[in-house]
Design a protein around this ligand. Structure first.
Ligand code: LRH
Length: 486
């Protein structure tokens, strides 16, 4: 009988449990449980409620058992860079602090006063984001660090809480900006810089490793199905890239969720001068690959606007309102730090337009169009940068994640970027999570075949460039960028 698989996929704004099976060589998925996530300000910092996330996973598993599934395989992926400090007894020392907390503002500069950025990039190949684990640990409470027996990345901690087994999975560990590309281990020099020792991290494992069964006490207390946990590509972006159908000869991906991650899959890291200058990252992927990509602020901006509009409009409604407006009424650097965690996103966007002497978007439709059209511009511009760094032309863009449902953005990106866009599946992260489980259990041979199955199993929409629709828009954007660069 075909095995039943469960993907636990938790992003910054929501989490879900998806059931999956192979039937006639197609992947069939069903959502069984969905819950909200978000950080709350407590004890001086923005923190995740990690116990609640674990509780939600157990609730989801109870639903699965009630639906008649006695035995499942399960994998967990979440957002990157954040961690839990665990003491000798195996208890967490505090609720984990969110990467959007302000404690790391200016940390890159502080840490690199006597250690150059070039040196760190050459060692790790990881982009400079002020919330990387390296800088978070640099700012960490020293007393707490001294009491810390193990530092566990969020999905590793959840796996530990469920099974009692602790590992550090590499796709996520690479986002710490502390893994040495050459050695394949945490770099001693960087660890020393943040007062951490190799032994404080559980042993490194590749994606696709069996972790173990759920702890018997938990299984009994909640009456759970028999559950075997697999350590998948635990970084959600790593799972999303596995879950991209890979259509096109030289294809790039855009994982479009709270963040937009745009890039391509490489077999060897690209950490030369140009990649450094453009702040591209080489996050480790499953099966020896690298995610050569850049972080773009993404739907976070829209999520905040929606929230500030008191959730009067759904995402689909906001996109429909945006379609009634003309694109590119204003040029916005959506990756400006000011949009990372402002107290009011609508005001921040409006202030930005005012300060740069541009039309100020007012209505929900104008605001949404301003964001969508500028995200598309940013994507198109990054594709040109990617071509430049790689020395070949990307011919297609596979857009996955929730943002792949926004047809307006898909079409604008195809046209301005002059690439064929393939949009979908929107649940690529959960799909990639499942695929690594299926490969580990021997149901699918490899990622190549997994992607063929994905392309067959889900409706993927194609968007072709419309020639000469927005003449010179990319050039205008590039010179605006030059002018407004800090
Ligand atoms: C997306 C993501 C991204 C990281 C950020 C912290 O959810 O994992 O890849 O850079 O969150």
């Amino acid at each position: 009988m075909a095995k039943t698989y469960v993907a636990v996929d938790i992003g910054a704004s929501s989490g879900r449990l998806m059931l999956a099976k192979l039937a006639d060589n197609k992947l069939v998925m069903k959502e069984v449980h969905r819950f909200k996530n978000g950080f709350v300000h407590a004890k001086g910092h923005d923190r995740w409620n990690i116990d609640k996330l674990i509780e939600e996973i157990l609730i989801g598993l109870v639903k699965i058992k009630k639906a008649g599934y006695q035995e499942v395989v399960l994998g967990i992926d979440t957002w990157a860079v954040d961690y839990v400090l665990v003491d000798k007894q195996g208890n967490k020392l505090q609720d984990p602090i969110s990467y959007r907390d302000t404690r790391t503002q200016g940390s890159i500069e502080r840490l690199t006063t006597d250690l150059s950025k070039e040196y760190i990039y050459q060692k790790t190949g990881i982009q400079f984001l002020d919330f990387n684990t390296l800088y978070q640990l640099f700012e960490e409470d020293k007393e707490l660090l001294a009491k810390t027996a193990k530092i566990m990345m969020i999905p590793d901690y959840i796996g530990y809480a469920l099974t009692g087994k602790a590992v550090t999975e590499v796709t996520n560990a690479s986002t710490t900006q502390m893994l040495s590309l050459r050695e394949g281990l945490f770099d001693d020099h960087l660890l020393e810089k943040v007062n951490v020792k190799q032994e404080q991290f559980p042993k490194l494992v590749e994606a696709g490793t069996v972790l173990g069964e759920i702890r018997p006490e938990l299984a009994e207390k909640y009456d759970l199905p028999k559950t075997e946990v697999i350590t998948v590509a635990t970084h959600d972006t790593a799972s999303a890239v596995i879950g991209a159908p890979g259509i096109g000869q030289r294809w790039a991906y855009l994982s479009s969720g709270t963040w937009s991650l745009i890039g391509t899959e490489l077999n060897t890291p690209e950490n030369g001068q140009e990649a450094f200058k453009q702040n591209y990252t080489n996050e480790w992927g499953a099966y020896g690959t690298y995610r050569f990509l850049k972080n773009i602020m993404g739907l976070w901006i829209i999520q905040n606007i929606k929230h500030e509009l008191k959730d009067q409009y759904s995402f689909a409604e906001l996109a429909a309102l945006a379609e009634k407006e003309a694109p590119f009424q204003q040029l916005i650097d959506v990756n400006d730090e000011r949009f990372q965690n402002p107290s009011n996103m609508i005001k921040e966007i409006q202030d930005y337009c005012q300060e740069t002497q541009q039309k100020v978007p007012q209505t929900p439709g104008e605001l949404a169009m301003a964001v969508y059209s500028n995200l598309s511009l940013y994507y198109a511009n990054e594709l040109a940068i990617l071509d430049h760094i790689l020395g070949y032309r990307i011919d297609s863009l596979n857009i996955v994640g929730g943002g792949s449902n926004v047809g307006l953005m898909n079409q604008l990106t195809a046209t301005i970027g002059n690439v064929n866009v393939y949009a979908g599946p929107s649940e690529a992260t959960a799909i990639g999570n499942i695929m690594v489980q299926m490969i580990t259990k021997g149901d699918i041979l490899n990622v190549y075949l997994a992607r063929r199955i994905i392309a067959k199993s889900f409706a993927i929409k194609e968007f072709r460039p419309e020639p000469n629709k927005y003449p010179q828009i990319l050039q205008r954007y590039q010179s605006f960028f030059e002018k407004n660069k800090k």
